[in-house]
Structure formats: structure tokens, C-alpha cells
Design a protein around this ligand. Sequence first.
Ligand code: SF4
Length: 207
Amino acid sequence: MPFYLKASEIDDQLAGMNSLLIVPCRFCPAASLAVHEKKPFIELFRHFFRTEAYESFIQSLRVDLEAQGIDAEVFNSWMPHHYVACMWSTKRRKALVKRAKEFDGIVVLGCEAAVETVRDAIGPGSCRVIQGMEVVGLMNLLPKFIFPSTVSLEVQSMTMHRTGGNQKTLRSPHLHTLIDVQPSKTQNIMDKREGSENFRCEHVRSS
Ligand code: SF4
């Protein structure tokens, strides 16, 4: 059950930064972008285990940062067991420590667990860690295999994430509206609908 994540607004955290390392978790964020863009999650023969929609998002972020005069690079690996940041090996963490020394800061694309993995790996120091995405909810997904090598994800339902207050589950037939909006606008729509800090969780079912 992956998280559905949206891009965070990070411009106000970039003051004084000349170089940034983008550290992408390639599971939940990749699933989120595939769902949002209505594109395949995996096209094995075209992109191996990478998700084209997510790779485009990472490259756009890099280009945006460079347009602001910040030297941006991506902490990459083609090894699928490196994709899930909350399950990184010791070797992967050590590789990050070495790489991070070359940069003023790190932008983590993933949930709080991905940020924690990065913080835990690099330890306290001068390298600032910025969370580049935030969790909107949890997706129940139905994978669809398309011969010969494509996997698409169909959202069956989503449990919306809220912080503070008592948890309450609401149901709505508007799942596709939530998925279809731009990620940056999703939270506003949810906030209007919930209308109360007492509700921190909304369960939205596909109609
Ligand atoms: S680090 Fe977070 S975003 Fe990445 S796979 Fe783990 S739970 Fe999902």
C-alpha cells in the first residue's frame, strides 16, 4: 500500500544554496507520479524498473534548480534494491555520506521515512536536508499487467492523511477528482472538504 505523495514548495528553503543533491526514493513517489500522470508504473523493456513519469519529474526539478543557479545532481542507482529508501542497505547509506560531502544540501523525494533514512545516514553536519515531497494519503492499488512488459496501477481507494485531531474515516465517490488535480492543489481540495481539524483521515473509494 504505497503513499500518494505530492511535490512540496521548497523555494523558500533554497537561500544560500549553491549545490543540491536530489535523493529520490523510487517506490511510492514513482507510483504516485504514474497514477497522477495516468502513465505506466513499469515498462521493463523501455525503462527497466524505472517509472518514466517519475524520471521526468526528477529531471524537471533538476532543470528548475539549475535555472535558479543551483548545481543539482541526482543520487542514482540502477540496482532495484536501492529504490526503496526506507530499506537502504549500509552500503547505500555509506555511498550517500560520501556523495553528500560535495553538496550544500539534499532534496529528498519521498516520505518522512525517506528523510529519516537520509538524516540518519549523513548524521548532524553542515548539509541541509530538505523534504521535497509530502504525503497526501495511502493508495490501495490494483496492478494491471499488459503483455509483454508493462505494469500499470489502478487506484481502488485512497485513505487521506491528516495530522492532529481524531481520526475519522469519510467516504466519497470523488477519487478520480482527487487524483486528477495537480499535486500542489490536492491538499486544498481535501482541506475544504474535510472542513475540520478533527478529521485527519479521509477514505475515498473509486466509484
Ligand atoms: S521511504 Fe517512504 S516513500 Fe519511499 S518506499 Fe519507503 S514508505 Fe514509500
